[in-house]
Design a protein around this ligand. Structure first.
Ligand code: ZN
Length: 413
């Protein structure tokens, strides 16, 4: 990243800093994490926070905590939900002050779109974030009409910046591409080229890096690189630990939820939540435990079984900060602060490598070790009569790393 880009970006999201994605389900936990510490205790240091509008709307104390901690934050407008009528049945979205009365067609840009954009930016302005985020709509397919509307929406948002009720601030473009758009050769970034955006936040409509195949992940990484090479600072939305693979290729900013096991699915969001076989609703209550040597967030029960096995514990126990003194149970009982210090350590290590090829080597080494450790974990589980945990994505991520690295190598003379 060039110096001028980093200046343009201000203090939000330094390169390879920890960017936290805050949902309404997790907001309270984030508040606790950022609560004032005892003397001599370091709180988690963040490069910024992406806070969902539905949570911001409740005026939570978190916003004051972020301000107190000098942590720059932005409001994720969740406007991607407005393209289909499902949001009308989701109270937290339907009640956003800028939610349109009926769904908005992403292939058009009319008065109702203008009203939504203005009202969303006014909402953001009232809460005084570090930067505005453009409330754009999904780009499910790269049709000429959708791309034209996408461009018009962004241009309109840019012209509103600095107008009555919307004091001037740096502005982030947003793109919510469908899988066909990631794989296609039509660039959404061309549509943003002639404005001075502080960056672009990219959240694919369907992204689950632990399940997605190599081809899709390669397309995703190349898509982000294309944005970066068109001169836009790219922020990758919730790629999970795959963000570290992206980090090796200078996509140096991605946001993470509290547990580290991230995914996004627009179509799933609009479906009502149904209880699982134990009658529990999933969402904010799941507490995955991140195991850094596996680059994976495991379900609590699995983490318990893995760390409870002395033969595995020596390889997998965390030795950072409180974990070093709290015994292996500390990470299981405090998965969030544990995830924070793990991810910070990972990002720091990545940042310490001065060139992209050194970063690629580092992440490749991590993946190689994780694959070996995952094999060991499943062998031990097999001997204990437990089912294997799926770690196949580690191989896929390594495949993506190799593919992109070879592309980069070809490009560099
Ligand atoms: Zn730890």
């Amino acid at each position: 990243m060039s110096v001028s880009m980093s200046n343009m970006f201000g203090s939000f999201g330094e390169s390879l800093s920890f960017l936290l994605h805050v949902t309404q389900h997790e907001g309270r936990s984030v508040e606790q994490l950022l609560a004032p510490r005892r003397l001599g205790e370091d709180g988690p240091s963040l490069g910024g926070a992406v806070v969902q509008a539905s949570y911001v709307q409740r005026d939570p104390p978190l916003l004051l905590r972020l301000a107190d901690g000098h942590i720059p934050w932005v409001i994720e407008p969740q406007s991607v939900r407005f393209a289909s009528a499902g949001y009308l049945g989701v109270e937290s979205i339907a009640r956003l002050p800028y939610a349109p009365p009926t769904a908005l067609d992403p292939a058009r840009f009319g008065d109702e779109h203008r009203r939504m954009v203005r009202s969303a930016l006014e909402f953001q302005a009232r809460h005084e974030p570090a930067l505005y985020m453009v409330p754009s709509l999904p780009v499910a397919r790269a049709s000429a009409r959708v791309l034209k509307a996408f461009r018009a929406l962004h241009e309109y948002a840019a012209t509103l910046n600095g107008s009555e009720g919307i004091p001037h601030r740096p502005m982030l473009a947003t793109a919510y591409p469908g899988t066909a758009v990631l794989k296609g050769r039509f660039s959404v970034f061309d549509r943003l080229a002639d404005r001075s955006w502080a960056g672009v936040y990219v959240q694919p409509l369907q992204l689950d890096t632990k399940r997605d195949g190599v081809e899709k992940l390669v397309a995703y990484a190349k898509f982000l690189q294309e944005g970066q090479s068109s001169g836009l600072r790219v922020i990758a939305g919730r790629p999970g630990a795959f963000g570290l693979v992206l980090g090796a290729f200078d996509i140096d900013l991605f946001d993470s939820g509290l547990g580290g096991g991230d995914s996004f699915s627009l179509s799933r969001l609009d479906r009502p939540r149904v209880p699982d076989e134990n009658g529990r609703l999933h969402g904010g209550r799941a507490r995955p435990v991140y195991l850094r040597p596996l680059m994976s967030a495991l379900r609590e029960a699995d983490a318990n079984a893995v760390l409870g096995t002395p033969a595995l514990r020596s390889q997998l126990a965390c030795d950072i900060a409180e974990c070093r003194f709290g015994g292996y149970r500390y990470a299981i009982e405090n998965p969030r602060p544990h995830f924070f210090h793990c991810r910070q350590a990972e990002l720091r290590a990545l940042k310490d490598q001065r060139t992209s090829s050194l970063r690629v080597q580092l992440v490749n080494g991590w993946l190689q070790d994780a694959i070996g450790t995952a094999r060991l974990v499943n062998r031990v589980r097999g001997e204990a009569g437990l089912t294997a945990i799926d770690f196949d994505y580690l191989d896929r991520w390594r495949g993506v790393l190799a593919r992109i690295a070879s592309l980069v190598a070809v490009r560099e003379p």
